[in-house]
Write a protein of this length. Structure first.
Lengths: 429, 429
């Protein structure tokens, strides 16, 4: 694509016009082949931030990103393939439970996941707290793990949607991440390319999520469901609350430990609720019509846990090894007696991040042992002076910044409020 | 500047916030030193396109661009320095007349000019139609010509506002040219760096100008007058009409020929009107208090023409050489009898451009001989079948495209309208 054609497309979008599908596909293809420079693409992305993309434009962008690489075919596994994607939340370890759970119920779960950046953490960082666990698998290794364990959680290889990979990196350094059509097409291009036939999206809403408002979250979910459906992937979405952390553990090793408890049928109520709701939607899409109670049974009778161990082993990890423990711990006590009325997810996520569980730049290492435990959550009773949060770190100097993030993060009121469901709604095509 | 700082500035502008002066200066300085990549700058420019820059931000940007290079000091010439800048119009050869005219009246005119891109043509392209004329002078050559001839018209060297040069190239390929604070700071950074102590801006309004609307043109003029004044340059602006071409000639050699006629006191009325109005404003700023009628006299008694010849000679040109003549000519005839009511500047500019007088890309050569002569202008009587325009080119195949641009460019009505002034208003600090 000639520079003058690219500048015409930028101008058209800048002035509120519509880009036709052929132009978008030509532009993204040329960008992936390095024929359109980053500086034209970033100007276009900023124009898209202000002007948006309509459904047709978003579809064309997604298709172009899928077409820039390989699209896996997992049709030879002999089982329905089903994946889940979360838009990211605090304490969101659902993937660690859901993938082996679905594998134990007859589905194959090819979960291509990411590393965390910022306060929400990443599934791969959590699993890598397990001794020996490898996230970077070749396409052949990924298939082998899927066959052996029924599920795999690994990094997306460079052959899947390479245009999205390049665009995402550019968006990250040009303040063009927070844009619904760009978020939707980025997520969906990777999920379509990975070859799953069914997909359930967990779109988080609230203070700890990227989409704080329900209206934006709903629009993102609808956009992604439409994109998946148009590309032949059976797709639906759950909107779930992310005002307080999911479960009690926020970090890496601490979230693995809580996932193991949940896989053994002893998970915290909110994590179990979200996991079950997603599992049931995944089974529905996959056409696996199981007896009522089977999801709960698989968590209680050890079937799901057994699949988790098989997956960890198949990816080089030792499921029996002790998880790393943080040498430094500090508690945050309740300032008054009563019931926890609010526990701010963003503050807790930021505290865990500052304790070492997350990274500020892509190149940073994360601490496996660092994190926050929520000893009391919303609706739970606490006496003045009793601990509400436990902070863990490998570097004592990090407590100060973490405690700073937690100022005003906990409200305690005299009266308890009834528990509320984390699941707000479901969006289907 | 670290990438994370740059992305914070982009985000702040994207969200409608204000960038402080120190941040803008650090960013532009880092960009000029190649420490901030083009892709971050183009995203910021697009955010600026949508959000604008306020007066303080525009001033800081201008200062940063001036500070990125050298600022000439012309205080040793012993004469007041005064320059003019036009925002670009069709048939706008005013600089060719004005610089020697002012030189003949006691000022020194250091006119750093540009090449044309698109339908408006460039002063340097016009002068280069003169055999031997050189536009690319060193700073030392520029001073020598100024001393010898009292005026110089040459290209801005790479040492003046290099950050603007780099930013302008980036804006050109990212659809971020049409933005008043960016236009104003780009023009003014070069004019401030060139070292003139007085500056009159000719801001064009109408179909053939970059600013079609008077309100935008006035805002651009006010912004530039404020920027010049803040940087110690006495600055004012005229708003002048650019609905029809200025004078009768549009092209390169044909505009030089018309400039020579004007310098000899025989110019077309509209060109003379604009030239005199600008000259009087320049004299006023320069504090040259001349007897009434002196401007007209300098055009009529050969003083201005003599300065033009001196300048051309000092820049290597031969003022006596014949100008290039186009081998192919074609006339466009009036479709009815009456008075010309409208002669569209944009259409005529585009036709001249397509005949070879302008360039589509920076690397293109221009044809010295190509152009359009307006044989009839607004208010003039014409009989059906008489020629209104004469098209000239060195390449016969170009007539078709040029004639295409002229469809609907001329309106003829039964009744003539009175002539109107080209000068709309003046803007002073």
């Amino acid at each position: 694509m000639a520079p003058l054609e690219a500048v015409d497309l930028i101008r058209r979008k800048r002035d509120g016009g519509k880009l036709d599908a052929a132009a978008i596909e030509a532009l993204v293809g040329a960008y992936a082949r390095d024929e359109v420079p980053d500086y034209q693409m970033s100007a276009l992305l900023m124009a898209v931030f202000f002007r948006g993309l309509d459904a047709e434009e978003t579809r064309a962008l997604t298709k172009a990103m899928v077409d820039s690489g390989e699209r896996l075919d997992l049709g030879d596994l002999g089982r329905p393939t089903v994946d889940k994607h979360s838009t990211g939340g605090v304490g969101d370890k659902v993937s660690l439970v859901l993938a082996p759970l679905l594998a134990s119920l007859g589905a194959a779960v090819p979960q291509l996941s990411g590393r965390g950046l910022g306060h929400t953490g990443g599934t791969l960082d959590k699993l890598e707290a397990i001794k020996g666990f490898r996230s970077d698998l070749s396409a052949e290794e990924m298939r082998r793990v899927l066959r052996e364990a029924g599920c795999v959680i690994c990094a997306a290889g460079p052959s899947l949607a390479p245009a999205d990979r390049r665009l995402y990196r550019l968006r990250d350094v040009t303040a063009t991440v927070d844009c619904i059509p760009l978020i939707a097409s980025s997520i969906m291009s990777k999920k379509i390319a990975e070859g799953t036939s069914c997909l359930v999206l967990d779109v988080k809403v609230g203070r700890g999520a990227f989409m704080a408002g329900e209206e934006d979250a709903r629009r993102l979910a609808e956009t992604m469901v439409a994109l998946g459906t148009e590309h032949g992937v059976k797709t639906s979405a759950l909107l779930t609350r992310m005002d307080e952390p999911l479960g009690r553990a926020v970090g890496n090793a601490v979230e693995v430990a809580e996932s193991l408890e949940t896989l053994a049928g002893k998970g915290p109520a909110d994590l179990v609720e979200v996991t079950r709701a997603l599992a049931e939607e995944m089974l529905r899409l996959a056409g696996l019509d199981l007896p009522r109670g089977e999801v709960a049974a698989a968590l209680e009778d050890g079937r799901a846990l057994e699949r988790f161990s098989a997956m960890v082993r198949a990816q080089g990890g030792d499921p029996g090894a002790d998880l790393p423990e943080a040498p430094f711990r500090r508690e945050l006590a309740a300032g008054s007696s009563g019931y926890v009325a609010r526990l701010d997810a963003l503050a807790v996520g930021t505290a865990a991040w500052r304790l070492g569980a997350g990274r500020a730049k892509k190149e940073d290492d994360v601490s496996a042992a660092a994190g926050v435990l929520c000893l009391r959550k919303r609706g739970e009773k606490v006496e003045k002076g009793e601990p509400v949060l436990e902070l863990r770190t490998e570097d004592e100097a990090r407590f100060e910044g973490a405690l700073g993030a937690l100022a005003g993060a906990v409200d305690i009121r005299p009266d308890g409020e009834p528990a509320r469901s984390r699941v707000i709604g479901v969006i289907r095509p």
